[in-house]
Design a binder for this molecule. Structure first.
Ligand code: PLP
Length: 257
C-alpha cells in the first residue's frame, strides 16, 4: 500500500485540516500519516482559537516518519508561521521528499488567518520550490502572484507567475469566481482547463484540504500530475454533491470509501 503524509493543522470539527486529509487518503486507498503543525479549536461556524505546535516537535514528527517509513507523497496544508515553514522546508529537503503538494492555506472560509500574513513570503520562498504542485484558490493566487484575478485570462497569468516562483505545476482553483468552477492546471508549458458545474450548497468546509490530499494520494499511487488532479477533482465533486448539513454553519464534504 502507498504511504502518504499530511503536514497540516488539526480541525476539531473533523471537516478540514488533518482530519479531512486522512479521510481523503483512506477514500483513495492509501495509508495516511500526519504531522500536526497547529491545533485549532474549530466548528462549522468558525475558528475559536489556534495553538501552534513548537518547531522542535514538528521536526521530530517528520523525522519519526521519514527515518522509518518510505513516503510516497506529501501534502502540506496549514503552516501558520515562518518558523513552522522553515522547519518543514529544511526537513523535506533533508529527506528529499517526493510528490509534494502544497495547499497554500491562508484564510478560512469563516475569515480566520490560518497563515500569519508575515509568513506569506516564507511560504512562497521555501515551500513553492519543493512543490510538484501548488493548489491556490483565487484569493491565495492573488496574494502569491501579486495581482487581481477577474477571469480565466487572469488565472492563466497568475499560474505563469506562480510557476516562475518555483512550483513545478500550478492548479489555480476557480471556485471563488462567479459562474461554473473552472480550474486551470499549468505545468510550465501547457494549460489544462478542468471544468465542473457549480453545486448549490453552503456545506463546503474542507474542500481545499480534501482536494489537495486526494491529489497527493494519486501522485503517491504513481499517477501523473494531470491524472492525479482529474481523479481528485472527480472525487471532490462527488464529496461536495453529498456534503453534510452537520452543525449550525458551513458543513463538511462527505468522503466515500
Ligand atoms: N482549518 C484547518 C486546520 C485547515 O487546514 C483548513 C484548510 O484550509 C481550514 C480550517 C479551512 O477550512 P475552510 O474550508 O472552511 O476554509
Amino acid at each position: 500500500m502507498k504511504k502518504v503524509l499530511t503536514i497540516a493543522g488539526s480541525d476539531s470539527s473533523g471537516g478540514a485540516g488533518i482530519q479531512a486529509d486522512l479521510k481523503a487518503f483512506s477514500a483513495q486507498g492509501v495509508f495516511g500519516m500526519s504531522v500536526i503543525t497547529a491545533v485549532t479549536a474549530q466548528n462549522t461556524q468558525g475558528v475559536l482559537a489556534v495553538q501552534d505546535i513548537e518547531p522542535e516537535i514538528i521536526a521530530k514528527q517528520i523525522e519519526a516518519i521519514f527515518e522509518d517509513i518510505e513516503v510516497d507523497a506529501v501534502k502540506i496544508g496549514m503552516v501558520s508561521r515562518p518558523v513552522t515553514i522553515h522547519t518543514i522546508a529544511a526537513k523535506l529537503r533533508q529527506y528529499q521528499a517526493v510528490n509534494v503538494v502544497v495547499d497554500p492555506v491562508m484564510v478560512s472560509k469563516s475569515g480566520y488567518h490560518l497563515l500569519q500574513p508575515e509568513a506569506e513570503a516564507a511560504l512562497v520562498q521555501e515551500l513553492l520550490p519543493l512543490a510538484a504542485l501548488v493548489t491556490p484558490n483565487i484569493p491565495e493566487a492573488e496574494v502569491i502572484a501579486g495581482m487581481t484575478i477577474h477571469n480565466l485570462t487572469d488565472m492563466e497569468e497568475a499560474a505563469r507567475r506562480i510557476h516562475r516562483l518555483g512550483a513545478a505545476c500550478v492548479l489555480v482553483k476557480g471556485g471563488h469566481l462567479p459562474d461554473d468552477a473552472t480550474d486551470i492546471l499549468y505545468d510550465g508549458s501547457h494549460f489544462e482547463y478542468l471544468a465542473a458545474k457549480r453545486i448549490a450548497t453552503k456545506n463546503t468546509h474542507g474542500t481545499g484540504c480534501t482536494l489537495s490530499s486526494a491529489i497527493a494520494a494519486n501522485l503517491g499511487k504513481g499517477c501523473t500530475v494531470t491524472e492525479a488532479v482529474k481523479r481528485a477533482k472527480a472525487y471532490i465533486t462527488i464529496a461536495i454533491e453529498h456534503s453534510l448539513a452537520i452543525g449550525k454553519g458551513v458543513g463538511p464534504t462527505h468522503h466515500f470509501y
